[in-house]
Design a protein. Structure first.
Length: 81
């Protein structure tokens, strides 16, 4: 699954367009490397999101094409904020 879609489905980011902009600005990392919106995500990878002054470190636990509000948070595990 593409990174921008994963961020939207998992609800780490509200809109897919916002996820694309974050990637273009270099604010999202996968395993310590700057990630593009088209990067494929896999279970076990480490995500780092820089949202303003917040820095979120998360590990991808599951990759699903769709998730509702209750199951979206099970797709990742926040390591630190």
């Amino acid at each position: 699954m593409r990174l921008d879609k994963y961020l939207k489905v998992s609800r780490l980011v509200k809109r897919r367009e916002t996820a694309k902009e974050l990637c273009e600005d270099g604010d999202i990392y996968i395993d310590g490397k700057v990630a593009r919106a088209s990067a494929e995500v896999k279970v076990g990878q480490k995500l780092t999101l820089i949202l303003g002054e917040r820095k979120i470190h998360a590990i991808i636990k599951d990759v699903k094409p769709f998730a509702n509000k209750e199951t979206a948070s099970s797709m990742y595990e926040i390591v630190s904020e």
